[in-house]
Design a protein around this ligand. Structure first.
Ligand SMILES: [Zn+2]
Length: 460
């Protein structure tokens, strides 16, 4: 998934689009990006992953990055490339992350074929153009330029391109464990989270650094009943029991919580908003445990102040003229870092009552992870790299409402920072996971010199 700082991207001014020329060759960058987008690396299309890793391996080799390992696993592939330190400093490697897989796209629903790259009105269109092939291409091209330009890293740079971030996350899970020797690093920089939002007049709103992710988990709520003839209703009824459980869930709010990531993004918003909402946010920051204030913040910005669970699927009964023997609902939870998944299950069970059982859907859960502590050197390098293009642009830590590959690494002791120099336009949709996905062309090209600057600072 690719997750922008939604709370901070309220639509604003509309002026002229900025004209930016990135370092390097814009046409060549675009052509390589087009090739990458046009390979439909959707779950299950195993051969397409082979095509993409073949292309990427050749591109790395072109500039002399020859240590490239492609893992075949779980019906997909993961690519791991290593650029060894030219002047080793003894510091551990830095891991550069992106994912190769894209969410499926139903061609008939799109304005244009999703796997035909096109440029329109300053945007590059195609499935995966935003999530996350722009980031993938950005890392590849930045490393190509750095290598060809004679950059001598003082620590190894390792690339991790997974092939199932949108589905199973096995690439990141295996990388963090069984392939650990290949990817072990001081920290990861994940292009799948973070990045900038820029107003149409060219002023930067902010660049985000993801340091935390909520845990994803699905729960099944099940009511069973002996059933019977619908001409003889009884008080016990599986559908009513389940309905009551869902009504209790609808009304329930988990206790509000705050961490470094949510505090930083809410503080930034509070500072920018001189009105009532800014006042509300300041009140919340002064006492984040105050439920009433947190509820008001939550109404505006769902998920920012706590764990949220919501009913997403429903089924029940077996005939129109029979008492239901079974009713089931799926409840999807986005769990605040630091909260145990089983504690959430117990809370749901308490709400659901004795007639409904609540069970974790096996395999649905992403790892429970604490926020990554902010590293000043990474934050400073990010600010400085972004400032080469947008002087003074704020860089704000934030928490993703969803999960990325970063969770698997964090859970296994590798800090991960969502980092990207890529930017979009405030208020303009980008269609990640949805229709007519696109990336702002200038924002795409700008990430390349920003990546290069960042790596020079951290690995030079
Ligand atoms: Zn993604």
């Amino acid at each position: 998934m690719r997750n922008k700082l939604s709370i901070l991207t309220a639509a604003l001014l509309a002026c002229t689009a900025s004209q930016i020329s990135a370092a390097g060759n814009r046409q060549a960058e675009r052509d390589l990006f087009a090739k990458i987008v046009e390979i439909p690396t959707v779950e299950g299309r195993t051969a397409e992953f082979g095509k993409l890793t073949t292309l990427l391996t050749a591109e790395f080799r072109k500039v002399g990055i020859t240590n490239v390992v492609v893992k075949d696993h779980d019906g997909t592939q993961t690519l791991i490339a290593r650029w060894p330190a030219a002047k080793p400093s003894g510091r551990k490697p830095i891991l550069l992350m992106a994912h190769m897989d894209v969410v499926a796209a139903k061609e008939s629903d799109w304005k244009y074929p999703p796997f035909k790259f096109r440029e329109e009105g300053g945007w590059y269109l195609g499935r995966g153009a935003n999530d996350n092939k722009a980031g993938l291409a950005g890392i590849l091209i930045a490393l190509q330029y750095l290598k060809a330009g004679g950059f001598q890293p003082t620590r190894d740079l390792i690339v991790l391109f997974t092939g199932d971030e949108e589905t199973m996350g096995n690439g990141a899970r295996r990388a963090a464990t069984e392939w650990r020797a290949l990817i072990d690093a001081e920290y990861g920089l994940n292009s799948d989270a973070g990045g900038g939002a820029v107003y149409k007049d060219g002023r930067p709103e902010l660049f985000a650094m993801q340091i935390a992710e909520k845990t994803y988990a699905d729960f099944k709520l099940t009511a069973v009943n002996r059933g019977g003839h619908s001409s003889a209703p009884r008080p016990d009824n599986a559908i009513y029991a389940l309905s009551n459980a869902l009504t209790a869930l609808e009304a329930y709010r988990f206790p509000p919580m705050i961490n470094d990531a949510t505090r930083a993004s809410i503080a930034m918003l509070a500072e920018k908003d001189g009105g009532q909402y800014g006042e509300l946010l300041k009140r919340y920051l002064a006492d984040p445990t105050d439920r009433e204030t947190a509820d008001l913040v939550e109404a505006n910005d769902p998920g920012s102040t706590r764990t949220r669970c919501v009913a997403t699927m429903l089924s029940g009964g077996h005939a129109p003229n029979a008492l239901p023997q079974k009713a089931e609902a799926n409840v999807n939870c986005r769990i605040f870092p630091g909260v145990k998944v089983d504690d959430v299950r117990q809370q749901l069970q308490a709400l659901a009552g004795a007639d409904v059982t609540v069970a974790l859907v096996e395999g649905s859960q992403t790892p429970e992870t604490a926020p990554t502590p902010i590293r000043q050197d990474v934050l400073d390098a990010y600010k400085a790299a972004v400032a080469t293009r947008f002087p003074g642009a704020p860089v704000v830590p934030f928490q993703s409402a969803g999960a990325t590959d970063g969770a698997f690494l964090r859970a296994n002791g590798i800090p991960v920072y969502g980092f990207s120099g890529q930017w979009g336009i405030v208020g303009e949709p980008e269609g990640a996971h949805g229709l007519d996905e696109r990336v702002y062309a200038d924002g795409f090209h700008d990430q390349i010199p920003i990546w290069m600057d960042m790596l020079k600072r951290l690995a030079g």
